[in-house]
Design a protein around this ligand. Structure first.
Ligand code: PEP
Ligand code: MN
Length: 268
């Protein structure tokens, strides 16, 4: 099935022993921001304890206000890398600046390009170069086609490991932070075999919606889920409202694992 664009023929892939496939649901969990070694250690123990493989944590944070916490930067990357190495987890972290791509690619397993950077074309081209898997989030006002064309920038640079992420779009709704577009999942999956994941944390901004929306995403065919978890969400330096605490995370994982099992899939 060779078409005009590389995303049409790009296939699925694995990262270390984590395979994106119709049989697995890959859960990428972790705090919104890396805040300290102690915080990351607590979260990593919970993630590894549940038999999961990936931990997220932002070190370079895209914040609406320049006065909000901007992330720990290079020190945050060092903490994330050290924690993941110790706990045997794979790391996911956002890169915002072309100048950080090469260095981050040496220390992080999956480079994330955030919603606000989805059409930063210089960043997309740079992120395509090291060959590290890239998790590309849908811009908050981007169409599915625009998301795919942004993926195309990296595929064109020779990086075939692009994960697409639906994380909610702006609508007139006010009950949720964004409107999670579950329909994007089957639409994307009909157009490409690249893995598609869904982020209900940023997609809804509400803890009470994380499990139902993750189930909806999996039922629609998502290959993975992103979820924010923090040992002390009330005192988190970003996204306090949407981060689960460790107990809530345990129930969430149990609920998701049970749901996956009933669909004949494995939560990993
Ligand atoms: C994040 O995942 O840390 C993040 C900032 O998400 P988004 O780019 O989807 O807003
Ligand atoms: Mn966040």
């Amino acid at each position: 099935m060779k078409g005009k664009f590389l995303y049409e023929s790009a296939g699925s892939f694995g990262i270390a022993d984590a395979e994106f496939s119709d049989k697995n649901v890959i859960l990428m969990a972790g705090p919104c921001s890396v805040e300290s070694a102690e915080q990351m250690e607590k979260v990593s123990k919970a993630i590894a304890g549940h038999g999961l493989k990936f931990m997220r944590g932002g070190a370079y944070k895209p914040r609406t206000s320049p006065y909000s916490f901007q992330g720990m930067g290079a020190e945050g990357i060092r903490i994330l890398e050290a924690t993941c190495r110790k706990s045997g987890l794979l790391s996911v972290s956002e890169v915002m600046d072309t100048r950080d791509v090469a260095e981050m690619a040496r220390h992080i397993d999956i480079l994330q390009i955030g919603a606000r950077s989805m059409q930063n074309f210089a960043l997309l081209k740079e992120a395509g170069k090291p060959g590290r898997p890239v998790l590309l989030k849908r811009g908050m006002s981007a169409t599915v086609e625009e998301l795919l064309m942004s993926a195309e920038y990296m595929l064109k640079e020779g990086n075939r490991k692009v994960i697409l992420c639906e994380r909610g779009i702006r609508t007139f709704g006010t009950e949720t932070r964004n409107t999670l577009d579950i329909s994007a999942v089957p639409i994307l999956k009909a157009k490409t075999q690249l893995p598609v994941i869904v982020d209900p944390s940023h997609g809804t901004g509400r803890k009470d919606l994380l499990l139902p929306m993750a189930k909806a995403a999996i039922a629609a065919g998502a290959n993975g889920i992103m979820a924010e978890v923090h040992p002390d969400p009330d005192n988190a330096k970003s996204d306090q409202n949407q981060q689960m605490n460790l107990d809530e995370f345990s129930s969430y994982v149990a609920g998701l694992r049970d749901f996956c099992k009933r669909l004949g899939k494995r939560l990993a």
